[in-house]
Unconditional design. Structure first.
Length: 743
C-alpha cells in the first residue's frame, strides 16, 4: 500500500504570516494525508510547522464550491448572474475591453487591486502589471492594508523602516512588551512564536497591552494591560511623563542619539517649547500628561500606569514588540511613533535584548524576486484610496497621497482583481463600495480571477477560475523576515477548467502583439522560477541547485548572523549617523513641523484624539468602540467557507459582561451591530477577555447580505470607515463606533 504513495513537498502561500511546510501524501492523483515540518527535520533551524489552517488547505481548496470555468456577467453588476463561456471567448472579451478602455480614457484608467491570495514570488497580480506596463502603463498603488502607517512614519524617526533585530536576540531581553501583538494567531513568521515560547520558558517576564486579552497573552502567560483602542499614545505619554518627572529615563542615550525630547536638543529656529518634554509638562496647553490624565482616556487605572512606567524605566534591556493592530487605527501613525519614542526614552535602541520598534521583519540574505517593469504612466495612489480614485480620481492631488504626477489623468475605469477580496470584503465601508461598483458608468469593466465566488467575485464582469497552489508551481518567501526559500510543487493536476493567470495573460499578450516582450521566452511558471532562483544563486553560491530546491521543497540559509538593529548608529552617531536630516533619531520632526497639515498631525509622537475614538461626541449615539482582529480560523477571508476551521473561533462579537448585561444580552444570543454605515447580525460572545466599552469582531468573514441589507456573515467592514489616516493615507479599520442590540 505505502509504496503507491508519493510524498510531494510544498509550502503554504496564504498571506497569513506563516509559510508552513506541507507534505502531501498522494495516491492515484489524490491527496490522502498531509504532514508538516518537525524540529528534527528543521535541522537546527526554526521549524516551519503548519497550524490547523495549513493542515486544512486541501479541505478548503478542494471544495465543491470551486469556480470551474470562465464566465461573463449577464445581469446587473453584483447580482451574481453569470453565463459560462470558453477560455477563447474570455480572452477575446478581455482584450476588447482592455484596448477600448485604454483608447478611450488612457492607460492610467486601468488599476490592479491590492491582493494577497497568491503570496508568492509569481502572482497573477504582478504579471498583470507587467503586461499593462508593456501596453502604456496603469495606475499603480503603494502602501498595504497591513502596515501603511508604521512603514510611512518610521522613516521620519530613523530615516529607514528597516528597524528589526533578529528574533534570536529577543532571548537577551529582561522584559518583553507585546503591544497590540498577537502572533499566537497572526504568526508573524515562524520565528516569532518559536522565540517567544523559548523566552517564556527561560522565565523572561512579558506584558501584553491590548483591549483584548488575546491568545498570545494567554498562551505566554503575559500580564494583561487592557487599554481602549486607539489610545496607545496617551498611555505612552503618561509613561513618558513618569519617566521624565522621576528621572528614570536614559539621559545619556537621548543626549547622544535623539533630537526633540528636550529644549536643549531642538532644531535651530524652532521654538524650543515645541519639544516633547514641554508637551508632557503642559508648557503650552497647561495639561500635565500624568497617569491620572491618561486613565481617563485609556481606561487603564493610574496606579497601573505608574507601575508600568517604573518597570519600563528600570528593567533593561526591554524589548517592545509592537504588532500592527495599534497602527490600523484612525491615527495609526501616532501609535507606531509612541512605541519608538518609549524605546528611545528608555535607551533600549541598539542594544542586545532591546528593540527599535517599527515594522519588524529582517531578511539577512538575498531572496528571489520578480522585478517589475517600468510603468510608463508612472503615477500611484495609496491602496486604501482606490474607491476615491474611482469617484474623484482626477481631483486627487499630492494631499491625497498621489505620487508621480500632480493629479490623475483619469478616474479608474477598469479593475483587475486577481486573487484578492479587497474589491469588497476586505476594503472598508462595504455599502459605500457596493454603491460605487454597482454604478456601471464609473468602473466600466472588472476582471476577477479567484478560486471561489467571493463577495468581490460577484462584482466581476469577467470571472476567471484560477488554479490553487496545489495545482501549479511557485516559490514562497518568508512573510516579512527570515532566510529561506520554499517551493510549491504541483501536487495534483489543475481542477476543472481552472488556469493560472499567466496562461490567459500570455494569450492576451499574443493578441496585443506583446507575447515575446511579456514572456521573454519563458513559457511556464517553472521557467520563470528557475531564472529568478538562478539569479539569486549567483549572489549566494551556497544555495543548492534549482532542482534540489524542487525536490526538497525548502532551502534554509545556514549561519545567519544575529542582528541588533542600529547597534553602530547608537554607539557612535557621530561617525554612523542615522539617515535622517539631522543624523539623529528625530523625536521632533522638522519635516513634519513644516508640513501644511501640522495642526492635526503633530511634529512629536503625542496622543491625538481620533475621529470615532473614545473621546468623539458621536459616542452619545454609538457608545461602543468596535475593533477588528485577525483570527486563527481564517487568513483574511480565506477558509471562511471551510466548516472544519470554524470551531477554532466561531464568528461572534466579543462583549464585556457589563456591556452585555446593560443591553440584556447573554452569551450566545444573536445581536445586531450597527452604525450609520451599516448593520450586521451575529452571535455574541460574552467574555471578560475584552475591556468594558469595547467590542471586537474578527475581520475577514464573508459578506452575506440579506434582503434588507443586514449582513448575516458578520463582516466587520460593513461598519468600518473609508476615512484615511492623516499622513500615510492608510486604513484605520480598527477605529469605529457602533451600538449593539439583541436581535
Ligand atoms: N491567522 C491569521 N494570521 C494572519 C492573518 C490572518 O488573516 N489570519 N493576516 C496576516 C496579515 S496580512 C497581517 S497584516 C497580520 C496582521 O497582524 P496585526 O495587525 O498585528 O493583527 P491584528 O489582529 O489586527 O492586531 C494585533 C493585536 O492588536 C490588538 N489591537 C487592535 N487595535 C489596538 C489598539 O488600538 N491598541 C492596542 N494596544 N492593541 C490593539 C488586537 O486586539 C490584536 O490582539 O497578520 C497576519 N497573520
Ligand atoms: N476590517 C478590516 N479589514 C481588513 C483588515 C483588518 O484588520 N480589518 N486587514 C487588512 C489586511 S492587513 C489585508 S492584508 C487585507 C487582505 O485582503 P485580501 O488580500 O483581499 O485577502 P483575502 O481576503 O485573503 O483574499 C484573498 C483572495 O484570494 C483568493 N485566493 C486564494 N488562493 C488563491 C489562488 O491560488 N489563486 C487565486 N486567483 N485566488 C486565490 C481567495 O479566494 C480570496 O478571495 O485585508 C485588509 N482588510
Ligand atoms: Mo495584511
Amino acid at each position: 500500500m505505502e509504496q503507491d504513495i508519493r510524498v510531494i513537498p510544498t509550502t503554504g502561500r496564504n498571506n497569513c504570516g506563516g509559510r508552513c511546510i506541507i507534505k502531501a501524501h498522494v495516491k492515484d492523483g489524490t491527496i490522502v494525508r498531509l504532514t508538516t515540518d518537525t524540529p528534527e527535520e528543521a535541522d537546527g533551524g526554526v521549524p516551519l510547522t503548519a497550524c490547523a489552517r495549513g493542515m486544512n488547505y486541501h479541505t478548503t481548496y478542494f471544495s465543491e464550491d470551486r469556480l470551474k470555468y470562465p464566465m461573463k456577467r449577464v445581469g446587473k453588476r453584483g447580482a451574481g448572474d453569470f453565463e459560462r463561456i470558453s477560455w477563447d471567448e474570455a480572452v477575446d472579451i478581455l482584450v476588447r475591453e482592455w484596448t477600448r478602455i485604454r483608447d478611450t480614457y488612457g492607460p492610467g484608467s486601468r488599476y490592479v487591486m491590492y491582493a494577497t491570495g497568491e503570496s508568492a514570488v509569481l502572482s497573477g497580480r504582478a504579471f498583470t502589471k507587467r503586461l499593462l506596463s508593456l501596453d502604456g502603463g496603469f495606475l499603480d498603488s503603494y502602501n498595504s492594508y497591513s502596515s501603511a502607517c508604521v512603514r510611512q512614519i518610521t522613516p521620519y524617526l530613523y530615516g529607514t523602516d528597516d528597524t528589526a533585530s533578529s528574533p534570536a536576540d529577543w532571548l537577551n531581553s529582561s522584559l518583553i512588551v507585546l503591544w497590540g501583538h498577537n502572533p499566537a494567531e497572526t504568526v508573524f513568521d515562524a520565528e516569532t512564536m518559536f522565540y517567544l515560547r523559548k523566552a517564556r520558558d527561560r522565565g523572561i517576564p512579558m506584558i501584553g497591552i491590548d483591549p483584548r486579552e488575546n491568545d498570545t497573552i494567554r498562551r505566554l502567560g503575559a500580564e494583561w494591560f487592557p487599554i481602549r483602542p486607539a489610545t496607545d499614545s496617551a498611555l505612552a505619554d503618561a509613561v513618558a511623563w513618569v519617566l521624565y518627572t522621576e528621572g528614570l529615563y536614559d539621559k545619556a542615550f537621548i543626549d547622544r542619539c535623539c533630537v526633540g525630547f528636550d529644549r536643549e536638543h531642538m532644531p535651530e529656529g524652532v521654538d524650543p517649547d515645541e519639544c516633547y518634554f514641554s508637551y508632557l509638562t503642559g508648557v503650552k496647553d497647561g495639561v500635565e500628561k500624568t497617569p491620572e490624565w491618561a486613565e481617563k482616556i485609556t481606561g487603564l487605572p493610574a496606579d497601573r500606569i505608574f507601575a508600568l512606567a517604573r518597570r519600563m524605566g528600570t528593567v533593561k534591556p526591554m524589548n517592545i514588540l509592537q504588532g500592527w493592530g495599534p497602527q490600523r487605527n484612525a491615527y495609526g501613525e501616532q501609535a507606531s511613533r509612541s512605541a519608538i519614542m518609549l524605546a528611545c526614552l528608555t535607551g533600549n535602541v541598539g542594544i542586545p535584548g532591546g528593540s527599535a520598534c517599527g515594522p519588524g521583519g529582517y531578511n539577512p540574505r538575498p531572496l528571489p524576486k520578480l522585478p517589475p517593469l517600468p510603468n510608463p504612466y508612472g503615477v500611484s495612489i495609496p491602496v486604501f484610496l482606490w474607491t476615491d480614485a474611482v469617484t474623484r480620481g482626477t481631483e486627487m492631488t499630492a494631499l491625497d497621497g498621489v505620487r508621480g504626477a500632480g493629479h490623475l489623468s483619469s478616474n479608474i475605469k477598469m479593475i483587475f482583481n486577481i486573487a484578492g477580496n479587497t474589491l469588497l470584503n476586505q476594503h472598508a465601508d462595504v455599502n459605500r463600495t457596493k454603491a460605487i461598483l454597482e454604478d456601471e458608468s464609473l468602473v466600466e469593466f472588472i476582471v476577477v480571477s479567484d478560486v471561489f465566488l467571493t463577495a468581490s467575485a460577484r462584482y466581476a464582469d469577467l470571472l476567471l477560475p484560477c488554479t490553487s497552489f496545489w495545482e501549479e508551481e511557485n516559490m514562497t518567501l518568508p512573510w516579512i523576515g527570515g532566510a529561506f526559500i520554499g517551493y510549491n510543487n504541483r501536487v495534483i493536476d489543475p481542477l476543472y477548467e481552472c488556469r493560472p493567470e499567466y496562461d490567459w495573460l500570455k494569450e492576451a499578450a499574443r493578441r496585443l502583439g506583446l507575447y515575446d516582450a511579456f514572456t521573454q521566452g519563458r513559457e511556464t511558471a517553472r521557467d520563470w522560477l528557475r531564472f529568478l532562483y538562478d539569479r539569486t544563486r549567483e549572489e549566494s553560491p551556497e544555495l543548492p541547485a534549482f532542482d534540489e530546491l524542487r525536490r526538497e521543497g525548502i532551502v534554509r540559509y545556514k549561519n545567519v548572523p544575529v542582528r541588533v538593529a542600529f547597534a553602530r548608529e547608537c554607539r557612535d552617531p557621530e561617525h554612523c549617523p542615522f539617515p535622517t536630516p539631522s543624523g539623529k533619531i528625530e523625536i521632533f520632526s522638522r519635516t513634519l513641523y513644516e508640513k501644511e497639515f501640522s495642526e492635526f498631525f503633530p511634529a512629536i509622537p503625542r496622543y491625538v484624539s481620533p475621529p470615532e475614538g473614545y473621546e468623539d461626541p458621536l459616542r452619545a449615539k454609538y457608545p461602543l468602540q468596535l475593533m477588528g482582529y485577525h483570527t486563527k480560523r481564517r487568513c483574511h477571508s480565506i477558509h471562511d467557507n471551510n466548516p472544519r476551521l470554524e470551531k477554532l473561533d466561531p464568528q461572534a462579537v466579543w462583549m464585556n459582561p457589563l456591556d452585555a448585561a446593560e443591553r440584556g444580552i447573554g452569551d450566545g444570543d444573536m445581536a445586531v451591530v450597527f452604525n450609520d454605515r451599516g448593520r450586521l447580525r451575529l452571535p455574541v460572545r460574552v467574555t471578560e477577555r475584552i475591556m468594558p466599552g469595547v467590542a471586537a469582531i474578527p475581520q475577514g468573514a464573508w459578506y452575506r447580505p440579506e434582503a434588507d441589507g443586514t449582513d448575516a456573515g458578520g463582516n466587520i467592514n460593513v461598519l468600518t470607515s473609508q476615512r484615511p489616516t492623516p499622513l500615510a493615507h492608510g486604513n484605520g479599520q480598527h477605529t469605529n463606533l457602533a451600538e449593539i442590540r439583541k436581535a
